[in-house]
Design a protein around this ligand. Structure first.
Ligand code: NAD
Length: 505
């Protein structure tokens, strides 16, 4: 049995490693082998209470929340440096935990470090924004009105397993930059690297209670966190079904909850596209991270005129993807994260066949999968998919691409927008005017032109409709964790005069 690249950890609360009150633990399963290689603590409401109490004490002390952004930036940069130092171990742990190819996991670790560096810069910029906020013209010279941005308070951060540390970084880095203190609850399916983030926080001397990390299941640890009265906000990334529960729990306390949920994103390929380029982006969109991406290209709309040539090339290239042990350099597809996810994806493959879609390739265990165990599904393409089919409408969250054809631009846009989700969309065409028109017409939060999936921590990320609301990343990500305080000053030497006319009104 391969051993864990990271040491066993407890819960990280108030700057200490503590055992969960009820002593529970959960197995960490390598999805490539189905073997347990570590255990993580299973926190319950008692541990959530302790973590929120520690974060509250840290927030109220002012030793973090009332410091300058420049002060907090030093810690964020120190965290980024440690992440880079430990990149190889973190990437290996993430690959063993969730099955993503090691090259992707390494790339993710670079993104995680960049995210912390970026929000260090945002924390410093916040000092400038608060030092000299522009006056707001209220139409009365007697008043000087400005805003001050302040840390919201203690925030609960709940994250999924597909980008275990990156999804946590998208929340932890801006929350800490803003001056908030946080309780992070990663997915029970992939928590190892988030516990390592806690270890790094300890190594750089982050003040106790500023970042608390508790692991455990959704019902045991996530639910008590999302409904905790001590939070100022919940930031959630995960499925729409869980998001609904989290939003309801936060709403009961009249607390905001940002929602980064699922998707069913479409890529539209027009007849003037370079087919080789378009096939590459379609594959990257559908099969990167083993197809387990919220914004993945799960629906492909290809112009009728080029559909036969496109599908032929897509089949050939999908079948040549290097599927192997994800710890091998050069691997381009590993196993799905868990048995549950594996069964769910295979059930969708069966639903596609039963609904009459044409299986172009894949659908079963790929030839390159090592041994006979592990949760492997080959890169899968269905053609002839129609709007009523479940594989066209529902989020599969696996390497399954549904392809349909279209005759006109209007038809393609209408089909792309005919979804309960609205996270991302993409268009590939040699005509820049058409790309612009389609980008403006797509009902979603992110649009890619002549590509699919690139994501940068400097630009906003988030969706509409059932894909959620709020934006992460960029300056929007910082604003998520800031409260805007209006400060209005009376600057006239004259009496206000309401009771002693003439009044100023
Ligand atoms: P999930 O909803 O099952 O779980 C997400 C998190 O919520 C986990 O930490 C889980 O333990 C926790 N949770 C579960 N039940 C809970 C409850 N009752 N109360 C509070 N927390 C609870 O999602 P997942 O399977 O981990 O991740 C896949 C989903 O995440 C997909 O739908 C995907 O599209 C979405 N996702 C969205 C984005 C985005 O940016 N929009 C990014 C990544 C993943």
């Amino acid at each position: 049995m391969a051993s864990s690249p990271v040491p066993p950890r407890l819960l990280y609360i108030g700057g200490e490693w503590v055992a969960p009150v009820k002593g529970g633990s959960l197995p960490v399963i390598n999805p490539a082998t189905e073997k347990e290689f570590a255990r993580i603590p299973n926190a319950t409401s008692e541990d959530v209470d302790a973590a929120v109490a520690a974060a509250t004490a840290a927030f109220k002390s002012g030793h973090w929340s009332k410091t300058t952004g420049a002060y907090r930036a030093k810690y964020l940069r120190a965290i980024a440096a440690k992440l880079r130092e430990h990149k190889a171990v973190l990437a290996k742990a993430e690959t063993m935990d969730c099955g993503k190819p090691i090259d992707e996991a390494s790339w993710d670790m670079d993104d995680v470090a960049t995210c912390f560096d970026y929000y260090a810069g945002q924390a410093e910029a916040l000092d400038g924004r608060n030092a000299a906020p522009p006056a707001i013209d209220v139409g009365m010279a007697e008043f000087d009105v400005r805003v001050r941005r302040e840390a919201l308070g203690v925030v609960g951060l709940i994250t999924p397993w597909n980008y275990p540390l990156l999804m946590a970084a998208w929340k932890v880095a801006p929350a800490l930059a803003a001056g908030c203190t946080a309780v992070l609850k990663p997915s029970e399916l992939a928590s190892l690297t988030c516990l390592e983030l806690a270890a790094i926080a300890a190594q750089v001397g982050l003040p106790p209670g500023v970042l608390n990390v508790i692991t455990g299941t959704g019902p045991d640890a996530g639910a008590p966190l999302s409904g905790h009265k001590g939070l100022a906000k919940v930031a959630f990334t995960g499925s729409a079904a869980t998001g609904r529960l989290v939003a309801q729990a936060a709403a009961a306390n009249i607390r905001p909850a940002s929602m980064e949920l699922g998707g069913k994103s479409a890529l539209i390929v027009f007849e003037d596209a370079d087919v080789e380029q378009a096939v590459e982006w379609a594959m990257f969109g559908a099969f990167w991270t083993n197809g387990q991406i919220c914004s993945s290209t799960s629906r492909l709309l290809v112009a009728e005129a080029i559909a036969p040539a496109f599908l032929q090339q897509l089949k050939k290239r999908a079948e040549s993807i290097n599927v192997c042990d994800p710890l091998t350099e050069g691997c381009r597809m590993g196993p799905l994260v868990s048995e549950g996810q594996y069964r769910k994806v295979l059930a969708y493959v069966e639903a596609g066949k039963a609904d009459g879609a044409q299986l172009v390739t894949g659908g079963g265990r790929p030839a390159g999968a090592p041994g006979s165990s592990g949760y492997w599904v080959a890169p899968t393409v269905f053609a002839g998919v129609t709007p009523g089919m479940r594989i066209w409408r529902e989020e599969i969250f696996g390497p399954v691409l549904s392809v349909a054809t279209f005759a006109t631009e209007a038809e393609a846009v209408a089909a792309a927008n005919d979804s309960e989700y609205g996270l991302a969309g993409a268009v590939i065409s040699a005509d820049p005017d058409r790309c612009k028109r389609v980008a403006e017409a797509l009902e979603c939060g992110i649009v890619w032109i002549n590509c699919s999936q690139p994501c940068f921590c400097y630009a906003p990320w988030g969706g509409i409709k059932n894909s959620g609301h709020g934006r992460e990343l960029g300056e929007w990500g910082l604003d998520n964790f800031l409260s805007v305080k209006q400060i209005t000053k009376y600057v006239s030497p004259d009496i206000w005069g309401w009771y002693n006319p003439p009044s100023k009104l």
